[in-house]
Design a protein around this ligand. Structure first.
Ligand code: NAP
Ligand code: MG
Length: 401
């Protein structure tokens, strides 16, 4: 059989530990025999990041802006232990943070659903994709302890004249705390655009909520910006594909999400997204079945698994043990990138292959063949636990059909 050709490359960001091992297996067992893979390869493994003073991470992000599509392996975010383990010259920053800063993107996390593993919320029969605004609010706050008898004020100094606007926060009768937060129109706008674009791209409704009844200026700004951008740029396109944009208050939203069947994108402010993405992931059963797409308002897409490098399994693997690490989210990162490449290049056979790859993965699990993490959760009768390579070979067998 002829291999599928790629008109343009995707940016390939290799990573660390067990996921780096799985990365190669996915390419060898599933991709290379069927596709003439064209990638621009960037090794974001910790050793290479250290050797390049982390320049390679920025280079990979720049390449993503140029190519439009990237696929990323999980990478170590160094802490003090890693600095020792890898003899690092510096505690390099989180690669995902660096890449996101350059792409200015929004992360969309979505679960992969399979029969036999039911969400803890039984009505959630379709995936809920959570989009988190990854800038500002409490994550860039300034906070102070305040002593009894002190006054806390909010002051804004005008750039030109230096004149001040002041507002009293609180006159403290007793000891307390105070916090300052900010966000920018630019960041909220790019968040809104990424959300509307991804909703269109995946043909799912977009839901968004804030607490604008209480926060009449701050949260209201988010609501207004979303509304303006929707009306101006997306309303017609949404109507054309038959999807809707829905805004409500965050507490009403939580109640609606609980009662929903899923199948939409839930755009969240930074803190809401931090909390809700973990809740939604836990409710769908497994972090190993969660995919993640970074969508840049500059028109670039980066796909990855939501989990980390699965360090504990890697140490076993290095000891010569065969591990049963779940490769499905990594496979879906590749299928997501290949589908997007196919769409952008008008290569339907590439997009179609991505679909087959995903179906083969799901069908393998639904046939009772799965890695140990899913085996522990699945209610399928006669289920079998396989090691990672054997599981990938089973997926490959189904791919031939
Ligand atoms: P993790 O790698 O996601 O693993 C946490 C635990 O979840 C594992 O020990 C394993 O449980 C289970 N697990 C996760 N993915 C799995 C899979 N595919 N198959 C089977 N089980 C899976 O998170 P971590 O241990 O907190 O972090 C390890 C490293 O990953 C850190 O250096 C961190 O910086 C990095 N990280 C990277 C990213 C990223 O690049 N996007 C994201 C998160 C973390 P059991 O051990 O009980 O089997
Ligand atoms: Mg969180």
């Amino acid at each position: 059989m002829d291999k599928i050709k790629m008109k343009n490359p995707i940016v390939e960001m290799d990573g660390d530990e067990m996921t780096r091992v799985i990365w190669q297996w996915v390419k060898d067992i599933l991709l290379a025999p069927r596709i003439d893979l064209r990638t621009e390869y960037y090794d974001l493994g910790l050793a290479k990041r250290n050797a390049t003073a982390d320049k390679i991470t920025a280079d990979a992000a720049e390449a993503t802006l140029r190519c439009g599509v990237a696929v990323k392996c999980a990478t170590i975010t160094p802490n003090a232990e890693r600095v020792k383990e890898y003899g690092l010259s510096e505690m390099w920053k989180s690669p995902n943070g660096t890449i996101r800063a350059i792409l200015d993107g929004t992360v969309f996390r979505a679960p992969i659903l399979v029969k036999g593993i039911s969400p803890y919320i039984p009505t959630w029969t379709k995936p809920i994709t959570v989009a988190r605004h990854a800038y500002g609010d409490v994550y860039r706050n300034i906070e102070l302890r305040v002593r009894a008898g002190n006054r806390a004020e909010l002051a804004v100094t005008e750039g030109g004249s230096g004149s001040e606007t002041r507002a009293l926060i609180h006159s403290f009768g007793g000891d307390g705390v105070v916090q300052g937060m900010h966000n920018t129109d630019e960041s909220i706008e790019s968040f809104a655009r990424s959300c509307f674009a991804y909703a269109l791209d995946t043909k799912q409704d977009l839901w968004f909520a804030t607490k604008d009844t209480i926060s009449k200026i701050y949260d209201r700004r988010f609501k207004d910006i979303f509304e303006t951008i929707y009306d101006e740029y997306y309303k017609e396109a949404f109507a054309d594909v038959g999807i809707t944009y829905f805004y409500t208050l965050i507490d009403d939203m939580v109640a609606r999400v609980m009662r929903s069947e899923g199948g939409y994108i839930w755009a969240c402010k930074n803190y809401d997204g931090d909390v809700m993405s973990d809740m939604v992931a836990a409710a769908y059963g497994s972090l190993a079945m969660m995919t993640s797409a970074l969508v840049s308002p500059k028109g670039a897409f980066e796909y990855e698994a939501a989990h980390g490098t699965v360090q504990r399994h890697y140490y076993k693997y290095m000891n010569g043990e065969k591990t049963s690490t779940n490769p499905v989210a990594t496979v879906f990162a590749w299928s997501g990138a290949l589908r997007k490449r196919g769409e952008l290049d008008a290569s339907p056979e590439l997009a179609e292959f991505a679909g087959r790859l995903e179906r083969a993965s799901v069908e393998t699990i639904e046939a009772g063949l799965m890695t140990a993490d899913l085996w522990a959760l699945s209610t399928l009768p006669g289920k079998t636990s396989l090691n990672t390579e054997d599981f990938l070979r089973e997926v490959a067998r189904r791919l031939e059909k």
